[in-house]
Ligand binder design. Structure first.
Ligand code: ADP
Ligand code: MG
Length: 387
């Protein structure tokens, strides 16, 4: 931000949130608990965060009249949506503190920039090629195949990705993506995946949450186990790499870093310039949540204690649960939540989204306890009971 925020932002100040999804909703809840008011900007009138905010500006992210209102009302602005135009963040930064800054968000919202950033800074990443034309595919290293072609911008939850066996399939997929800029990544044989969520303040102080182990289904995060099981050394290395990323980005706020573990080695997959799905459990199992850290970093308060006091397993609840049989052709009905409310150590979080569709993140639950394998078993049993 252009505006140095020397004095901390204190309650009852109003904070601005760009994006109204579930991550924004948890930020609003954390900010409210701490005595702040929150204005949310999101074009969707039913956005989960907008519905609980003090005021919901229903407008596009590049609506400058709406940005002017936000700037007039708020003492600081942050984001929960990595695709907010960098120009929007730059514009707001003329008037008030904006964290994270446009430059850091810009790196994370474009896979070509992101990979270039990792390469430039000597951070471990998988083999890839930037694809801007069909010729880039024709000259790509043969060793990249089989590969994943990913659109450089606006992909999420496995969308905008195609698994391609060879060059011809990559060309066909590139045409399907209408020639949009992409990265072509070698398909890695993953042992498993981990992530690190951290918070960094304006003075460069960093607090890392323990490394989390993640399981995906159909390209969407399914289950997180915190802390990650397996090698303690690998857990520490992941935190150290995430800290280096935050420092190189000059990052202020909550940052999520996803890693692949491949033959015992860490490769950065991608960064999220916001709280991360794999950090939901910090609400239930840590002294300070990733959302409270986002408030603290934005407001210039000292960062909170990230210590995790219980083992936690998080299970995402996707829209298919709302359909009998788990398919879009089944009868639409509310899942029977009563089977979850009696499970010891389980906390259910629903996002209040109006309509469930398959693949849409509707809520999650977290089970806390002592032993990772036991907690995981309880969590998976609980999921089976509703599904
Ligand atoms: P998104 O933005 O949708 O999260 P990711 O790049 O993280 O996109 O991909 C989603 C998931 O797909 C990853 O967490 C991983 O399980 C799988 N995946 C993505 N890229 C690769 C790869 N190069 N090799 C193996 N698996 C991959
Ligand atoms: Mg991802």
């Amino acid at each position: 931000s252009d505006i140095p925020s020397s004095a901390p932002i204190l309650p009852p100040a109003t904070l601005g949130m760009l994006g109204g999804g579930q991550l924004g909703r948890f930020f609003v809840a954390a900010a409210h608990e701490m005595g702040y008011k929150v204005w949310v900007l999101d074009p969707d009138p039913n956005s989960p965060a907008g519905r609980i905010a003090d005021f919901h500006l229903v407008a596009a992210y590049d609506d400058f009249a709406a940005l002017d209102r936000l700037a007039a009302e708020c003492a600081g602005v942050t984001t929960e949506f990595e695709n907010v135009p960098a120009a929007t963040l730059d514009y707001l930064a003329k008037f008030l503190p904006v964290h994270p800054a446009a430059a850091a968000v810009a790196v994370c919202q474009n896979r070509i920039e992101e990979k270039g950033f990792l390469a430039r800074n000597g951070l471990p990443h998988g083999p890839y090629a930037a694809i801007r034309s069909e010729d880039d595919i024709r000259i790509a290293n043969a060793g990249l195949f089989p590969a994943v072609l990913k659109v450089a911008r606006f992909g999420y939850d496995g969308k905008g990705q195609a698994r391609v066996a060879d060059r011809d399939e990559a060309l066909a997929a590139f045409r399907q993506f209408k020639g949009e800029a992409c990265v072509l990544e070698k398909m890695l044989a993953l042992d498993y995946e981990v992530s690190v969520v951290l918070a960094r303040d304006e003075r460069g102080a960093v607090r890392c949450f323990p490394t989390v182990e993640n399981r995906h289904r159909n390209g969407i995060l399914d289950v997180s186990i915190a802390p990650a099981r397996g090698s303690a050394c690998l857990r520490d290395d992941a935190q150290e790499i995430a800290e280096r990323i935050a420092a190189h980005l000059g990052y202020v706020g909550t940052l999520g870093v996803e890693f692949f573990v491949c033959r015992g080695e860490l490769f950065v997959n991608e960064m999220a310039p916001r709280p991360h799905n794999s950090g939901h459990h910090t609400i239930d199992a840590c002294v300070t949540s990733q959302y409270e850290q986002q408030v603290r970093a934005l407001c210039g308060l000292p960062l909170g204690e990230p210590r995790q006091h219980s083992v936690a397993v998080m299970v995402n609840l996707l829209g298919e649960l709302w359909y009998e049989g788990g398919h879009a052709d089944g009868v639409y009905r509310e899942p029977d939540w009563s089977v979850l409310h009696g499970v010891p150590g389980l906390r259910l979080h629903l996002y209040g989204k109006h309509h469930a569709r398959p693949g849409r993140k509707m809520g999650h639950f977290v089970v806390i306890g002592d032993k990772p394998d036991e907690v995981l078993e309880h969590a998976l049993k609980a999921r089976e009971a509703i599904g």
